[in-house]
Ligand binder design. Structure first.
Ligand SMILES: [Zn+2]
Length: 216
């Protein structure tokens, strides 16, 4: 059962990962950082989304809501699956996914299981780990060089450092198996906080381009 134990602990034990950090001298280095168990991180993401913590600035609030939607959806599915596994093993589920999964693993040791059973569970648990990691990673962003079709701004103020930057239009997206998740991607104007799906923004920019050509 070693593979199954690994797959369980991958979700319920702290993990170490390389994180790019900048020290006070401005030097960047890759550090080995211990991170909370994935299921704990997932539950924290749910709690903060339920609590509606206020963030300053359109782009920050936008990132938060993207994470929350994805995290809630995945957590409901993962949480109910763990509870159902616990009930199969005659265990009463608690409010803590990690505790439940650990208890479930111990309970499974009481009986013999077919290799297919173990393989299926290892695969399922590994896919959860990959999805949670992907979900908790900050979304990738791509800037657009055009001015905003709504407010016509060509620059924006960042609430993080109070500085002015070019290119207010940005698309936030996540990669799943190296493909852009179009359903999850949102485009945002960091000057006026207007949002679009990437397709709507492309359409707006194209329409704007045509109007400009017509005027000239
Ligand atoms: Zn705008």
């Amino acid at each position: 059962m070693t593979d199954l134990l690994d797959a369980v602990q991958n979700l319920t034990r702290p993990t170490r990962s390389k994180v790019l950090q900048t020290n006070t001298a401005g030097i960047q280095c890759l550090s080995d950082v211990e991170q909370l168990p994935l299921l704990v991180q997932l539950e924290a993401a749910i709690k903060s989304s339920m609590g509606g913590a206020s963030t300053s600035g359109a782009s920050l609030a936008f990132e938060g809501s993207m994470l929350n939607t994805a995290a809630l959806f995945e957590a409901v599915k993962i949480g109910s699956q763990i509870k159902s596994w616990c009930r199969d093993q005659k265990l009463l589920p608690t409010k803590n996914m990690g505790t439940d999964l650990d208890a479930w693993y111990v309970a499974t040791l009481r009986t013999e299981h077919a290799t297919e059973w173990e393989t299926w569970h290892v695969k399922t648990l590994s896919s959860w780990a990959a999805r949670i990691r992907n979900m908790l990673a900050p979304p990738r962003e791509r800037e657009h060089p055009e001015a905003c079709p709504v407010c016509l701004s060509g620059d924006w103020w960042s609430p993080r450092d109070g500085l002015r930057y070019l290119h207010p239009l940005v698309t936030y997206y996540r990669l799943d198996d190296e493909e852009m998740l179009v359903d999850n991607a949102r485009s945002l104007c960091r000057a006026c906080a207007a949002t679009w799906s990437p397709r709507e923004l492309a359409f707006e920019l194209e329409a704007k381009g045509r109007n400009t050509e017509a005027i000239m």
